[in-house]
Design a protein around this ligand. Sequence first.
Ligand SMILES: NC(=O)c1ccc[n+]([C@@H]2O[C@H](COP(=O)([O-])OP(=O)(O)OC[C@H]3O[C@@H](n4cnc5c(N)ncnc54)[C@H](OP(=O)(O)O)[C@@H]3O)[C@@H](O)[C@H]2O)c1
Length: 347
Amino acid sequence: MKAVIAGVTGAVGSAIGRQLTRNRNIPVVGLARNPPSGPIRGIDYVQIDMAEASACARILQAHRDTTHLFYCGRATHQEQVLEDVASNLLLLENLLNVLEGASLSHVHLVQGGKVYGVHIGPFPSPAKEDDPRAPIENFNYDQEDLLRARSQSGHWSWSASRPNTLLHFSPAIARNLVSSLGTYAALCKELGAAFDFPGPQAAYHSLTQVTSIELLAEAMDWMTSDSGCANQAFNITNGDAFRWSQVWPRIADFFDMPCGSVRPMRLAEVMSGRELLWQKIVAREGLQPLCLSRIVNWGYLDATLERTWDELLCTNKTRRFGFHGWADSQELMLALFAQYREARILP
Ligand SMILES: NC(=O)c1ccc[n+]([C@@H]2O[C@H](COP(=O)([O-])OP(=O)(O)OC[C@H]3O[C@@H](n4cnc5c(N)ncnc54)[C@H](OP(=O)(O)O)[C@@H]3O)[C@@H](O)[C@H]2O)c1
C-alpha cells in the first residue's frame, strides 16, 4: 500500500496525514503548492501545482505505484460565494490522469455538508447521503460524478466523506472556527464589550452539528480500508448537536468575560481594522507574534454564524456500515480553545 494525500498542508490533509503516519506503516506522499510550515514527520512532501497537467504528469510519474489517493485539495476561494467548479474538478482530474493505472485501488474524496446545500439555506434536515442534490453549482457533485464514471473500469473503487464544519487545532490555518471565535472574544474583551453573538437571532437558536477533524481522519481511514465502504458516501459528524445559545455562555466563561446578547453585525466589516488592538493584546499577554490574518477569517466566521436553519446530517448509514466514532462537540470546542491558549496563540 502507498498513499498520496492531495492537499497535505490543508486542514483535512494534515489530519489524514497524522492518522496514516500514526497508525499505518506505509509510504505516504503529500502534495501541495506551498511547503508545510514545519516538518511533517513520516510524509514525503512533493511540491506541485495540481492545476498544471504537465507538472502532474512529470512529477507524479515516480508515484504511479500509489494504491490509495486521499483527495483533500481545495482550489483557492473566497468566503460567502460559491466555490468554482471547473478549477476544483481540474485538480482531481489531473491527478487521476496520472495515477489511474495498474496499482490504484481506492480514491477517497472529502466532501462536506455543502453537498446538501448547508451554506445556501434551509435544506431537508437531517440530511441523508442519498437525498436529492440541491439545484446549485457545486464542485462536490462534479468531483463525485468524475469518480463514479472513471471507476466504472472496475480496477479501483471510491468513497466519500461528508463532514460538517470542522473543529481543529491548526495554527497555520486562519479559516478555523475555534481560533476565529477565540480571537473575536479576545478583541471584544479588550474593547470592554460583552461577548455578543454576531449572527441573527434565529441562528443563535437553530440546531447545528460539527465534526472533529481527528474523528474525520479516523473515518477516512476506515472507509478506505473496509471493502464494504466501496463506492459509498458517508456523513461524518460528532454525532451530537447543539445550539449556539447553549455554547456561547460557556465560551464567554472560558475567556472570563460577560456573555452578551444577539447583536447581528458583519465581523468582516466591524473587525477589519483591529490589527493594532490585537498586537496590543499579543504584546501584553506574551502571545506568538501572529497577525490577525494568520489566525482569523472573519468572512468564514460570518458565514458559519449566520445560518438561521437547522444543520443536521444523519449518521445512521455510517453506523450501519460499521463506524461508531463520536465526540462531545461543546467539550471539544473548549478543549481546543485551551490548546490555542497553551500554544500562546490565544490569550
Ligand atoms: N475546512 C472545513 O471546515 C471543511 C468542512 C467540511 C468539509 N470540508 C471539505 O474538505 C475538503 C478540504 O478542505 P480544507 O478546508 O481542508 O482545504 P484547505 O485547508 O483549504 O486545504 C487545501 C489544500 O489543497 C492544496 N492546494 C490547493 N490548490 C492546489 C493546487 N493547485 N495544487 C496543489 N495543491 C493545492 C493547499 O495547499 P497550497 O495552497 O499550498 O497548494 C492545501 O494543502 C474540501 O472539499 C472542503 O469542502 C472542509
